[in-house]
Design a protein around this ligand. Structure first.
Ligand SMILES: Cc1ncc(COP(=O)(O)O)c(C=O)c1O
Length: 438
């Protein structure tokens, strides 16, 4: 027998005996202790209870909340109320902070006519995902030259539809799509979407499905030129609710390399960088202020591009709309799963299928405000459908007042974006989430 094999033969039984002794000790000393494996699992997947009441003033100024609440008090739940003055203010602040950028509102965040017309009149452009969004924009007086077809996944006949309506700017990330654009929208501007890092720090990551590696991006721009298109720029999306501002630094660095190499090697002069969305809204997990994003991102562009500052596009969705809205629901049922259970289940009349899909994997943690005060108790929060996936929060421990009762209202703050547009049409017979605008 070799020496190498003797060592494990001696050590493993000793190690096993030590582990056995530790388990016996833990069991005698702490008779109620959970097995070690369960403790580890619990530490990984659960969080301590949120011990603070959600405060209105952390999310809305008094006047705004009053405006929203007065309308909410007259309506039957569930619904979202959007304060249009807040959307307008967010748009103005964004333009002030990025004076050099053109804003293309990501319509998917909330395609309500009230928001489209407000942003139309503010001079915004629009990032469009489908022919249906395009039709809606055109029907509300947005001209085609203010639209960009930002979805990299599109049918050839839909590209033709956009072209016939007058749209001349298209996102792409694949050869087949570039060829389709060249045929269906000849001579148009194309920008290529690249893959970026940052999915670990974005609450709602977007990158893996969209974009391509830099090498391929360059090849696509060369192909676009050869097929008669205008290679116009590079886009990326660092992930929605991106909390690491450095994600833009890395992405802008990649874009700069693409700009330089295409210029040197293929004589292609790109003009535009599309910085995507990803800018923050206020949820329970805080992010830096938008001012800080703007300062840092501007510095990154200056450092990489110097005096050759490119044309910049922003595609905000969440940061413009989320904090302008409050989703209002009602408690349908409160229960415990056993007589001694320490947790209550709060079932409410809105759920994953009626607007709160972004609670999937508990990604977005909406601040929940209720009008009752007093001692808080750990709760699981679930929706009204007969689907066991319709649980919004179980691992993250919301604390809600013990005196919360059936019929009480729950106010889901910062829920203006990605709620009405994600709501199912008729799951379990429930109608789509209603929305009102003040
Ligand atoms: C292409 C594109 N641009 C912009 C956005 C908006 O991003 P955000 O809501 O993070 O601002 C999205 C969101 O999905 C998107 O797909």
């Amino acid at each position: 027998m070799s020496e190498k094999r003797v060592v494990p033969q001696v050590i493993f039984p000793i190690l096993k005996f030590c582990i056995y002794l530790r388990i016996v000790f833990v069991t005698i000393a702490h008779p109620n202790a959970r097995p070690l494996s369960r403790q580890l699992h619990a530490e990984e997947t659960t969080s301590p209870m949120n011990t603070e009441h959600t405060l209105v003033e952390d999310y809305y100024d008094k006047e705004t909340f009053k405006r929203i609440k007065s309308l909410a008090d007259t309506k039957e739940t569930p619904f979202v109320v959007i304060d249009l003055a807040t959307v307008e203010r967010h748009y103005d602040v964004l333009q002030e902070l990025f004076p050099y950028a053109s804003v293309y509102y990501a319509v998917k965040a909330n395609p309500a006519p009230e928001i489209i017309t407000l942003l139309r009149d503010k001079g915004s452009n629009f990032d469009v995902a489908s022919i249906y969004e395009l039709d809606k924009l055109l029907a509300h007086g947005v001209t085609a030259d203010r639209c960009s077809y930002g979805n990299t996944i599109k049918k050839s006949r839909d590209i033709r539809y956009f072209y016939e309506k007058g749209v001349r700017m298209y996102a792409t990330d694949s050869e087949a799509d570039v060829r389709n654009i060249a045929k269906a929208a000849p001579g148009s501007k194309v920008y290529v979407r690249i893959l970026t890092e940052g999915s670990g720090t974005a609450d709602w990551p977007l990158s893996r499905k969209f974009g391509c590696q830099s090498d391929m991006a360059m090849d696509l721009m060369v192909l676009a030129r050869d097929l008669g298109l205008i290679p116009y720029g590079v886009s990326f999306h660092v992930g929605s609710q991106q909390r690491d501002i450095g994600a833009w630094d890395a992405a802008i660095g990649k874009v700069k390399v693409i700009f330089e190499r295409l210029k040197e090697e293929d004589n292609i002069i790109l003009k535009m960088v599309n910085l995507g969305g990803g800018f923050p809204a206020n949820y329970i997990t805080r992010a830096n202020a938008l001012e800080t994003y703007a300062e840092e991102i501007t510095r990154f562009i200056e450092e990489d591009f110097g005096s050759d500052f490119p044309e910049i596009i922003l595609e905000p969705g969440r940061s413009l709309i989320s904090n302008a809205g409050i989703l209002v629901s009602e408690v349908v049922l409160i229960s415990r799963k056993s007589h001694t259970a320490l947790q209550r289940w709060i079932f409410t009349d809105v759920g994953k299928f009626s607007g709160l899909i972004e609670t999937m994997d508990e990604c977005i943690k909406y601040p929940i405000y209720v009008e009752k005060h007093g001692e808080l108790e750990e709760v699981v929060i679930a929706g009204p459908t007969c689907d066991s996936a319709d649980i919004m929060y179980e691992n993250y421990k919301y604390g809600l007042p013990l005196n919360l009762a059936v019929g009480d209202r729950m106010y889901w703050f910062s829920a203006g974006a990605y709620t009405t547009s994600y709501s199912a049409i008729e799951f379990n017979g429930f109608p789509p989430l209603k929305s009102y605008y003040v």
